[in-house]
Design a protein around this ligand. Structure first.
Ligand SMILES: [Fe+2]
Length: 289
């Protein structure tokens, strides 16, 4: 593994979801994704299971105000902080209670925050909730944006996410429009991605499982709860991962994924056509643009 990117090794630790009815949303994630539901000192809720956790708070339904990535150690976190400071990036206080004092946040061009830190001793990632379910490791988060260029400059040039795959739409005048970018910060195909859309909005987050049978078992679990699959099962082109998605009560999409590709940080960026088939090799695609 090479380590050309100062972000390399950072993994998605948790995200925050906002809701007009955070209690109901927390109950959904508690049941659908088998997580314990606890209250935090600031009034938000902590949902946690083995290798997965998220914060749910009061706010605008379906909003996802920040994504928090953890570094493997304090030296890597400090080196990344120095990398941003040297560029003159405005560092803000961390909004998450799950990270320690060294954590900080930066705002992307759409106003969403990316948080970087280490789990606080009071909230280690080894915390686990309900047992006896298939695995489901929080693995990636995706946003939609109306203007990819400044977002690319921020995520690629400033934060040093490594571009894995581009999706390109052929236009009538012979030009091509970039419609999606998948970014990695570890050998996994993407830990973050963004889609071109008509407006900036949250898109989805995903839990990675170990095999196809885990997808079956999660789908059966959703069925027991009368939660319909919203998309899939299918297999994405970029990432080659098996997947299905469900919708939470606020309309935000959540994915169960398996077999996500691995590559090192020197692998060249690949290109995919903007077609349904790229987004789902097995059937209909969710076309954001
Ligand atoms: Fe995904």
């Amino acid at each position: 593994m090479t380590m050309n990117s100062p972000l390399w090794g950072a993994e998605l630790d948790h995200i925050r979801l906002d809701s007009g009815n955070p209690g109901a949303l927390a109950a959904f994630y508690r049941d659908a994704f088998a997580m314990a539901d606890d209250s935090l000192d600031d009034g938000s809720r902590l949902l946690r299971g083995p290798d997965r956790r998220l914060i749910i708070g009061a706010g605008t339904a379906g909003e996802q105000p920040y994504s928090a990535f953890r570094f493997p150690d304090s030296g890597r976190l400090q080196a990344f902080k120095n990398h941003l400071t040297a560029q003159g990036v405005n560092l803000m206080p961390s909004p998450t209670p799950l990270f320690g004092q060294d954590a900080f946040a930066v705002a992307d061009p759409d106003g969403r925050q990316m948080v970087f830190g280490l789990p606080s001793p009071a909230h280690q990632t080894g915390d686990s909730g309900p047992q006896g379910h298939p695995p489901g490791r929080l693995q990636h988060v995706v946003v939609a944006t109306a203007d990819l260029a400044p977002m690319m400059a921020f995520y690629e040039d400033t934060l040093s996410f490594v571009a894995t795959d581009h999706v390109l739409r052929d236009e009538d005048d012979g030009s091509q429009t970039l419609t999606a970018i998948f970014y990695r910060s570890t050998p996994e195909h993407h830990s973050f991605a963004m889609f071109l859309s008509d407006a900036p909005r949250p898109d989805h987050h995903a839990y990675e499982v170990s095999c196809w049978n885990d997808i079956r078992d999660w789908a059966d679990h959703m069925s027991d709860l009368h939660i319909k699959l919203w998309w899939g099962p299918g297999r994405h082109g970029p990432g080659n991962n098996l997947f299905f998605m469900v919708e939470d009560p606020d309309g935000y999409k959540v994915e169960i994924s398996a077999e996500l590709e691995n590559m090192d940080d020197s692998a060249p960026t690949r290109q995919w056509p903007h077609t349904e088939r790229s987004l789902n090799l097995w059937g209909p695609g969710w076309m954001r643009a």
